[in-house]
Structure formats: C-alpha cells, structure tokens
Design a protein around this ligand. Structure first.
Ligand code: HAM
Length: 418
C-alpha cells in the first residue's frame, strides 16, 4: 500500500517552508506593531459553536464542515475558520473586562470540505485577527491598514481592496422584505439552495455559487442603497479614513461574504492570481456575534487571509525569497580522530548559535566534499592529522575560493565576523 496525501491537503516541504516562515514572522511583526497579541485556539470545538456563530444557512456550515462524533458521544467539528473560536474564548475567558479594543491575531489551520481548485484546499491556513469593543470606523480602517502594511512588507503590490456595507439588523429588515418581493416571481427557477435561502436567509441568494452569475441575481436591489443613517455614516467614516491614510479602494455592492455574522463593513482583497474566487483576504464587522453567542453585547471586527493564496500571489508577483542557508560551515574529516574533533567543534559552534554540519553518513573524504558543495554551504574546513597536530585549520570561503588559517578553537569567532 502506497500512502498518499488526502484530497485537499498538502505537505509543505523543507524546500518551501522558508517562505511560510517569512510570511508568519512578518504577519506577527505587523500585528504587534498595531498592538495585536497572538491567541492560539483549539483545532476543534463543539459543532454547535459554528452552527450558531457562522450561521446554519451558510455553505460552510451546511456543506463544508468536518463534523464527527467523538468517543464520548459529543459532536465535534474541525474549525472551518477562526472567528467563532476566538469569540468563544473572548466570552469564556472574560475578556470583556479588559481595556478596549481587545486585539488578537492568529495563525491557524482551517478545514472545509470544498471542491478542489487552484487556491482552494480542504485543509488550509489562515492569518487573521479580531478586535472587540470598538464600534466606530477607526478600527475598520485600522484592520484594513494591517493588511495593507503586511502586503507592503511582503513586497506585494496592487492587490485590490473592495469594500461594502451590509448594514445592521435595522436596515437589513426592510431590505430583506424588498429582496423577497424581488425574488418571489423567480424563485421557482432558481437552484435548490436558493429556494431554501429564500425562506431562511434571502441575503445569501446574492452570494449563490450556482445562480450568482445570472442577471436576476446581478440586478437584485443592493443593500448599500438601503442603509439606515447610522450605517451610512459609519461607511462614510470608513471611506474618509481610508482616503486620509492613502489606501485606495473600490466599492463593491456585491460583497456579502459567505458567513452570517457580518454587519456593516465587509471587505475583500482580491487578485486574479490566486484562483477562481480570487479572494486573498476577507473580513468585516460583526457587531451582533458576541451577543448571539451569549456574551455581553460587544462590537467586533476582523479578517482572515488564506496563506496558500497569499503565497500564490507572492509567487505570481515574483517576490518569493531564496531558501536561506542555515548551515554556515561544513567540517570535513580525514580520519577517525579528526571526526571526533569535528564533532567537538560542531558542538561548540552550535552552542554559539552558528549552523554547521559534519559527516553523519560515513562518507569518504571525496564524498564529503561533494556533499558540502551540493548543499551550497558557504564555508568549508578540512581536518586531518596535520590540523590535529598544529591545532590550526584553513577555512575556505566557497564563494571566492579564499582560505584563511584559523585556530581550531577560533572557528566560531572567525565565522561570527564574516
Ligand atoms: P473567509 O472569507 O471564509 O472568512 O475566509 C478568509 C480567507 O481564507 C479567504 O479569503 C481565503 O483566502 C481563505 N480560504 C477560505 N477557504 C479556503 C479554502 N478552502 N482553501 C484555501 N483558502 C481558503 C473567514 O474565514 C472569516 N473568519 C474572516 C473574518 C475574521 N471575518 C471576521 N473576522
């Protein structure tokens, strides 16, 4: 039996991991610079958390969750996203008593049983953040700036920001009536999901993957034209802040987002390079979610970015980095006694924080040299009887071929200065 990766999953190999690590570190650094601190939440939660939090009419909950019964008879779900878990933690750990805004970021795996496509996996990674307790548009502009600064630090350019407002329960109530009147004569010809959505959550019909391209959906009334005064003011406030900071955006009335918790601001960063749907990062405000989850009424806002899509974009823009060389020197040995000396030197170098390698595979001297060359290790030292007797070795710079005599005990000092 030859075991292979499961559909929708992938190995991230040593040859590519450095770009993940760079992205992870850059995201953490940028979040820290805005005052966000990392939270780590569990991979699985009780199923009901997502049904209630994400919404039981969404595709994510109805079709895509990895749900199973554990040995204790509990219904468990692998997180399809991070927001519900962070909100659960915010409420459970009493974070509403902390000074606002409570700002947290995360770097998680998420699981959705989706059809495979470019940039679409069943296990994928998200960088995300959530901010609780701030209701004005300042924080909306702040989290969009986090993404903007992060993209810049990654060397990425021209990733289009689309924003929209989907209002609050007040304006949405009126709009939902209007939308139902609009769709009523057509609903029989629409897909099965839309027929169910018509009753339960007509707003979702705008977002339909089957009917979404049809004129009937494209010409539907748009929520942005029916916002209440408070929602309008909030949206105007966001636009003014983005303009003041210098972040360009497009208003896209068709963004409704695939999860039910959103209110007011929703946004996406999109690019053609990352697959059919093109969304690298999506987020928005969820002012009712903490209350819905039985926490104290608290406004919230956040986003998540697909890391696989981010790296597809980085590849397309040619900003992926070369693999760094962690090993600075190879210590080759010509005898058993030299090998012992090489082991001792390597131990000391590693304690000094200098990456080094010596033979572990019983290679001949010639094969050791070949190996070091192939690995692209920048420095080489060869220890034989002469070196053991003199206590001195020539350290060769592989790039220019120059050799420097160095004491066996002084290799670390030499490399630290080079
Ligand atoms: P989302 O739009 O469902 O939002 O996902 C955010 C991002 O995760 C997407 O834009 C995409 O880049 C990536 N993503 C989603 N599904 C997949 C997949 N199957 N394969 C690869 N990448 C994928 C959320 O998850 C919300 N929790 C965001 C949020 C946080 N809103 C407020 N706070």
């Amino acid at each position: 039996m030859r075991y292979v990766t499961q559909k929708g999953t992938k190995d991230i190999l040593p040859s590519e991991i450095h770009n993940w690590q760079i992205a992870e570190q850059t995201f953490a650094d940028v979040c820290h610079s805005f005052g966000y601190e990392e939270i780590r939440i569990p991979t699985f939660e009780q199923t009901d958390l997502f049904q209630r939090g994400v919404g039981d009419t969404t595709d994510v909950v109805t079709k895509e969750m990895y749900t199973f019964e554990d040995k204790g008879g509990r219904s468990i779900t692998l997180r399809p996203e991070g927001t519900a878990g962070v909100v659960r933690s915010y409420i459970e750990k009493g974070m509403s008593s902390l000074p606002v805004p409570v700002r947290m970021f995360y770097n998680i795996t998420a699981f959705r049983y989706e059809k495979m496509a470019k940039g679409r996996f069943r296990e994928f990674h998200q960088f995300g953040l959530e901010a609780f307790g701030a209701k004005g548009p300042d924080i909306d502009a702040e989290i969009i700036s986090v993404v903007d600064v992060f993209f810049r630090k990654m060397g990425l350019q021209n990733i289009a920001l689309h924003i929209n407002s989907i209002g609050c329960p007040n304006c949405r109530g009126e709009y939902t009536k209007l939308l139902k009147d609009y769709f009523r004569p057509h609903v029989a010809s629409m897909c099965e999901d839309c027929q169910a959505r018509f009753e339960k959550n007509p707003l979702r019909m705008i977002d339909c993957k089957v009917d979404g391209g049809k004129d009937i959906v494209k010409n539907a009334p748009r929520l942005i034209d029916y916002l209440c005064d408070d929602c309008k003011e909030h949206f105007e406030g966001l636009k003014a802040r983005l303009e003041a900071i210098g972040i360009s955006y497009t208003i896209d009335p068709n963004i409704v987002r695939g999860l039910d918790y959103y209110t007011r601001t929703v946004f996406e960063f999109v690019s053609e390079n990352v697959g059919t749907q093109g969304t690298i990062c999506g987020g928005g405000r969820y002012d009712g979610l903490v209350g819905t989850m039985e926490g104290p009424e608290t406004p919230g806002i956040g986003f998540a970015m697909g890391v696989e899509r981010l790296l597809l974009e980085a590849e397309a823009q040619g900003v992926l980095k070369e693999k760094p060389s962690y090993v600075k020197i190879y210590i080759a040995s010509m005898s058993e006694a030299a090998k012992i000396e090489a082991l001792k030197i390597c131990y000391a170098l590693r304690n000094a924080g200098i990456g080094c390698e010596t033979d572990m595979a019983g290679r001949s001297f010639k094969a050791q040299m070949k190996y070091a060359g192939k690995q692209g290790i920048p420095y080489l030292a060869v220890i034989g009887d002469d070196e053991l007797n003199s206590g001195e070795v020539k350290v060769k710079n592989m790039a220019d071929g120059s050799e420097t005599p160095v004491k066996l005990s002084g290799i670390g000092e030499f490399l630290a200065g080079n």
